[in-house]
Design a protein around this ligand. Structure first.
Ligand code: KIV
Ligand code: ZN
Length: 562
């Protein structure tokens, strides 16, 4: 039975523009960015930022590259007023950065707002009033005419203040029909044009018209239709900067802003990581990296994502979720074996081709481009495949496992991870490999050996070994050191075995052990292959150690099978 109360809701009417253009457009340049972290973001925090935190945040936003920063609602709160004065009085605003302040359309509020801005070099005065049908009916109890009158009066008061100002401030004007996306599209155009009739913008002195999706009631395509409708129908398109301000109630704020840009907007208001009222504002970081990953310069410096996260979390008390786009701690991590394998191959191919264009499966961007490194890309758990284990051992320890070892070792990795319900860190993967295969010293171990060449192709090997920690000397002949040692050891233990595969390589520089050897052996009694590895600063010693390790592992397995 379905108990969902869907019958209580209805979709807002769609906009009728059958010849809409936006679906064929793409985003080819970054919009003008405006951070509203210190206003919309801050007003939504459980514990709003202190003046010092706001000042630090402001500087941080400037360093990232924001040229317009909404710093508050100075007439609505003393903290916002004091912060505005603090920035201006301490000359903390770079010449090329505009601070933006929000105001309602009431004379004492506008007066206080203008007073807060006194002495500022460059400021955006942002006037708003709610225009949606619901707000007009329920909150204000007035019709369209009164709604327009309110906006126009505010616009006139601001224009008068500015005409009286002789302090040299460069004022930029902004109007938001708040709840634009749930306002009748024709009425949104009418009220904005009425404000613009007062402000009289020109192509050289543009006004910002901000089109808020104050609450996200509809899918992003409907918002894009509304933006395109607005751009087509306003009388002032050449003289305005069309700005977007989306919220994330349905989880689509990024998509709404992207489609809004395709529909012709020039500017975006949003916050870092999407902090803001309810589910938040649009996340500017996601939008910007989305642009970067399609080859568009985002005009913001997000190259040190960890620093941005730390700073943001510290100031706001919010956390960036592990799967937050482009930023969460798990977003460059692959757990599944097939993904790990593909990533591994992709990275190798990029290195081989020395390609300038990034193309690695499952990694849409190079983590290094946002200041992350490859380390956490591949993490090992019970779902991991050969590729991931191989990558971790190779990348962190310079161990290039031969195929047979990769297959065999995987079962130990899965068992360890499964039985302890945990992910293995690179060091744990190495320790597991080390314990299982490298220099296995019981019951036999080799202390020293010497090779005497008897003739071409024939050597005699004498070795001192331990058998359950008791020293023994053994000898044997063969066509080289390893064959001679195998003969001596077979003879001593009474178990005939041969080397089926053998390889070795130098280990990562900086490690005290220079070489690792991998040996695969089998007895004359069965086809089963046993594996062992040896590590030593001497290449030959590492091979002999690998033989003894493989032999000891074989003994242990046979014992266990009894
Ligand atoms: O979401 C909104 O509509 C706002 C306005 C004040 C621009 O924050
Ligand atoms: Zn908002």
């Amino acid at each position: 039975m379905n108990n969902m109360n869907y019958g209580r809701y209805k979709a807002l009417p769609a906009v009728d523009i059958p010849d809409r253009n936006w679906p064929s457009n793409s985003i080819s340049k970054a919009p003008e960015w405006c951070s509203v972290d210190l206003r919309d973001g801050n007003q939504a925090l459980e514990v709003p930022m202190t003046l010092e935190q706001k000042a630090d945040f402001f500087k941080f936003l400037v360093d990232i590259g924001f040229k317009t920063i909404e710093i508050g609602f100075p007439a609505a709160s003393d903290t916002d007023y004091n912060f505005c004065r603090y920035l201006i009085d301490n000359a903390l605003i770079p010449d090329d950065v505009a601070i933006q302040v929000l105001t309602q359309s009431r004379s004492h509020i506008i007066e206080k707002t203008m007073e807060a801005l006194s002495g500022c070099k460059k400021a955006v005065v942002h006037l708003y009033n709610s225009t949606s049908t619901l707000q007009r009916d329920v909150v204000f109890g007035f019709g369209c005419k009164e709604c327009i009158d309110l906006a126009v009066e505010g616009a006139q008061m601001i224009a008068e203040h500015i005409s009286r100002d002789d302090s040299g401030t460069e004022f930029i004007l902004e109007y938001s029909p708040e709840s634009f996306s749930s306002t009748e599209p024709e009425f949104a155009v009418e009220i904005c044009d009425a404000v613009l009739d007062v402000w009289k913008p020109t192509p050289d002195k543009k006004v910002i018209i901000n089109l808020p999706e104050t609450v996200e009631y509809q899918s992003p395509n409907v918002y894009a239709d509304r933006v395109e409708y607005f751009c087509r129908n306003t009388r002032y398109r050449d003289s305005i900067i069309v700005s977007l301000h989306t919220h994330n109630d349905r989880g689509c704020a990024v998509a709404s802003s992207e489609l809004g840009l395709m529909a012709g907007a020039d500017r975006v208001e949003g916050t870092l990581f999407g902090n803001g009222e309810r589910t938040g504002n649009v996340d500017i970081i996601t939008l910007a990296i989305n642009m970067m990953m399609t080859g568009v310069d985002p005009k913001l410096d997000l190259t040190d994502m960890n620093k941005i996260i730390d700073f943001y979390e510290e100031c706001t008390g919010m956390t960036v979720e592990p799967r937050h786009p482009w930023a969460g701690k798990l977003v460059f991590t692959a757990f599944s074996g097939s993904h790990q394998d593909a990533i591994n191959k992709g990275i190798k191919k990029m290195e081989e081709l020395k390609s300038a264009i990034w193309a690695v499966p499952y990694l849409p961007i190079d983590p290094a481009d946002v200041g992350r490194d490859y380390e956490p890309i591949i993490r090992i758990n019970a779902q991991s495949g050969r590729g991931g284990v191989f990558y971790v051992l190779d990348h962190f320890f310079g161990i290039q496992l031969p195929k047979a070892f990769q297959r065999d070792f995987l079962k130990y990795v899965k068992h360890e991870s499964d039985s302890n319900h945990m992910e293995l860190l690179p060091q744990q993967v190495f320790d597991l490999f080390d314990d299982e295969y490298i220099n296995v010293m019981e019951p036999y171990w080799v202390l020293s050996f010497a090779e005497t060449i008897l003739s071409e192709g024939e050597s005699e090997v004498t070795a001192v070994i331990t058998d359950n920690r008791v020293e023994k000397t053994i000898t044997g002949k063969g066509n080289g050191l390893l064959a001679g040692f195998v003969a001596a050891f077979s003879d001593y233990t009474g178990v005939k075995f041969s080397i089926e595969n053998y390889s070795q390589h130098a280990m990562k520089s900086g490690s005290d052990s220079a070489a690792i050897s991998y040996i695969e052996i089998k007895t004359d009694k069965s086809d089963k292959i046993y594996l062992g590895a040896g590590v030593s600063s001497s290449v030959t010693k590492s091979s002999v150690r690998a033989i003894v390790s493989a032999f000891n592992r074989m003994m242990a397995e046979e014992q266990a099978a009894l």
